[in-house]
Structure formats: C-alpha cells, structure tokens
Design a binder for this molecule. Structure first.
Ligand code: GLC
Length: 430
C-alpha cells in the first residue's frame, strides 16, 4: 500500500498535474449527465425511495424489474455526440444503492439482482464508439446498505462501509472498464468531513488506479472542480461545472402525462452554454432515460438542434481556451464570449440596429459567422455602430446569430452601462 500523503502534500501533488489532466475538459465545455437506475421505474424523481418512504424490500422488488434494453447506452452517446457534447457522466450507483454494473462487492446490482446486463460496460463502449470521454457518478450516500447510516456513529460500521465503497471504486476504476476520465462523487452524507469518509486515502487510491482522472469536489476535498447545481454561478479561481436538469425538477426520469415544464429548447440550452463559457466554466446537462433506457422524447430535438448550431459556431465561440470575458453588456440583445482580442457576440434577439457601447480599443473588423462575411461598421469614441445583415443571413438554426468582433488588441471597455453620463472621454474610476 503506498504511503498515505497528508492533505497538503496530496493537494500539492494533485495541483501539479491539474493543467495537463484537465486541458481536454476545459476545452470540452459541454457534457451529458445520465441519471438512470431503479428509480427510473418509479418515474417520480430519483429521490422517490426516500421522499415516498419506501420499505427496502418493496424497493428491491422494483429494482428486480429493471430491464434496460441492450443498445440504450448507444442511443445516449449518439445523441450526446450529435449535441456537440464531448463527455458523458453516468450514475453508476445512485443514492438507492443499486449498482449498474456486474459487481461482486455489491450483489444489489443490475446483473445479480435483476438478471440484466452490465450497463456500465455498455456505456463505456458507447462513449468510446462516439469519441466521448467517460465519467462515473458515484454516490457516497446509500439508502440500501445496512451500515450506510450507522457509520455516522459506529466506527465498525464506518470501516465496513468504507471498505464497501472502496471495493466498488476498485471494480469501476481498477481497469475492468479501461481508462475512466471523471469521477463524479455525490452527497457525502451522513459523514460531513473528508476525514469521516477517508477521502484522502480513497482518492489517493483512485488516482493510483487512474492517474489522469479528474475528481469533483463532493467527497469533501476540493479536488479538481466545483459543481454548482441547477445554477450557472462561476467559482472564482477554480475550475467549475454547472450541472443542470433538463426540466428543473428531477434528475431521474419523470413518468409525466404532460409536456414537462421547464424543458429547454435549443436557444435555452445555448444561453446556458453562453453563460458558462462567458465565465470559463463547463455545462453538464442531464437527461433521465426512460425505463427501457430510451431517451426522453422532449430532449431529442433541442439537443440535436444545439449540436447543429455548435457545428456552425462552436469552434469559434465555445470550444477551447476562452478568455473569461470582461465585456459588460455592450449590447442589450445578447451576451458575449471572448478569445483573446476576438469577442463573440451571441445575439439572442435580432434588432433593426446594432450598437455596441463603450469599447475604447480600435475595432479591426466585425464578421458575421459562420461564413466570416465582413460587415460595415462605424466606430466613435462612444459606440460601434454596425449595419446588421438581412434576416435571411442571420442564424436559422437556433435563432442565435454570432458576430466576431476583432480588435487591434485585447478590448478595453468603459463600464458605460452603469454611468453613460460619465463617459464623455473620461474613464470611470473603477
Ligand atoms: C443532488 C441530488 C441527486 C443528484 C445530484 C446531481 O445531489 O440529491 O439526486 O444526482 O444532485 O448533481
């Protein structure tokens, strides 16, 4: 067993390799979250077992009926690739404690308990087929294992449960499924500290099995990235990924007799993507497959349309190293992303005139993407006034037209949106 590093030593070691390990992730921007499990058969939220106060033996009966159709993971991966997503994260075992792989450590699994096939194995193969990086979601909280709640006050139960968790992690990350790119921990309950979970030891073991792996912040160590949930708020000074449901209410499949409220169209998805790109983060957008594993219909067209838009504009305005944009609301009809001295204006609502306020830096050119057609403009000390293109030259995919503004240098902008009266040639005192 390797010597256990102290927290400072461990964090120094992990930080030293972070840029190299995370380059692909930082450039990827956009991934698909998959919440699938016995909860899917209930169809009333992945927390149904707790919220509806199920008896364990009754829930085990539900899990016994779990029958994903072979090939379902390929549908997920195909849609993710079509959507312009670059990685996927699958719930290998959610809070219900039911493992989606042929586990010898946890007999409560899709093969031994339900007579099905190893979903994790098929998922990994599907990711590889479509050139997607692979992520495993792994819940620390467990509503099935008898020690999972006792470990809060019973050291022997805690030792048994920690052995259970590390045994499963060894099955998932020890090579049987090949190179895994992301470990996505969730809900560190009942213990509230990394010491309680033995996260230092657990994660050093994980990294010894998968040296390039990226780990999120939910085992009570900061690790590689933070995980704002259902909101798009940047974590200052740290990599971050906003995880969002498709319907703003459930990660797991909802057996809904109505069109799901809050389900996004392509423009809604792209606005979220703009927000995370503007501040240098990633978007992990969730779908909850149906009981047989098929993709919920309300997710297909919005994701396919998003992918067509990203095919046209993604390489310029989304993927790769972006500059966290300091452009302040230079136009009220859209938002910005930035790459060095190029600013990408994503226009959500077309207007008959297009004026950008407050840029001091000389504009070299403004181009209409994806063709790069130059547009006429006039630049004064206060404004850049652009002759907008005709409607039929604007984006017809998701109605988000992208303009590339190339400046002579890194663009400097007055915060004119706050105090235009101060602007006349004066600099605002920041
Ligand atoms: C919360 C929910 C869990 C879901 C996770 C996704 O932790 O409890 O059900 O899997 O968010 O980020």
């Amino acid at each position: 067993m390797q010597t256990l590093l102290s927290r400072p030593e461990y964090e120094r070691q992990v930080a030293a390799t972070r840029d190299a390990r995370m380059q692909w992730w930082r450039d990827a921007r956009f991934g698909m979250f998959i919440h699938y499990g016995a909860h899917t058969l209930i169809g009333r939220n992945e927390w149904a077992m707790a919220i509806e106060n199920w008896k364990i033996e009754d829930y085990e009966e539900v899990a016994r009926q779990f029958r994903p159709e072979p090939g379902c993971t390929r549908q997920w991966a195909k849609l993710a690739a079509e959507a312009g997503m670059k990685y996927m994260v699958l719930t290998t075992r959610h809070h219900e404690g039911f493992s989606l792989w042929d586990s010898k450590v946890n007999p409560y699994n899709v093969v031994a308990h339900s007579g099905g096939f190893d979903v994790v194995k098929e998922f990994v193969a599907s990711c590889r087929e479509f050139g997607l990086r692979t992520g495993f979601y792994f819940s620390l909280m467990d509503w099935h294992h008898p020690d999972s709640w006792r470990c809060a006050f019973d050291p022997e139960a805690r030792a048994r449960f920690q052995g259970f968790l590390t045994g499963m992690l060894k099955e998932l990350l020890g090579g049987a499924y090949g190179k895994i790119d992301i470990l996505w921990y969730d809900v560190s309950r009942p213990m509230e500290s990394h010491e309680g979970w033995g996260s230092l030891q657990m994660n050093q073991m994980v990294r010894s099995l998968q040296p390039d792996i990226i780990i999120n912040n939910r085992s009570k160590l900061d690790e590689d990235f933070s995980t704002p949930e259902e909101h798009l708020t940047a974590t200052e000074g740290k990599d971050w990924e906003a995880c969002m449901t498709f319907n703003r209410i459930s990660w797991g499949y909802l057996d809904s007799a109505q069109a799901l409220p809050y389900s996004y169209n392509a423009q809604g998805i792209l606005r979220m993507l703009n927000t995370v790109c503007e501040s240098g983060g990633n978007l992990l957008l969730n779908i909850g497959p149906m009981p047989n594993g098929s993709v919920p219909p309300e997710a297909v067209e919005p994701l396919q349309t998003t992918g067509r838009w990203l095919k046209a504009y993604g390489d310029a305005a989304v993927y790769g190293r972006l500059t966290p944009s300091k452009v302040q609301r230079a136009s009220g009809t859209g938002r910005f992303t930035q790459r060095g001295n190029k600013v990408y204006f994503w226009q959500f609502i077309r207007s008959p005139q297009l004026i950008f306020g407050g840029f001091e830096t000389k504009l070299k050119a403004i181009r209409l993407l994806p063709t790069g057609t130059p547009l006429a403009f006039e630049q004064t000390s206060r404004q850049i006034i652009v002759t907008p293109p005709p409607a039929d030259r604007c984006d017809q995919i998701a109605n988000i037209t992208v303009y590339e503004l190339e400046f002579e240098d890194m663009p400097v902008q007055h915060r004119c949106s706050a105090y235009p009266q101060l602007h006349v040639g004066e600099r605002l005192v920041e």
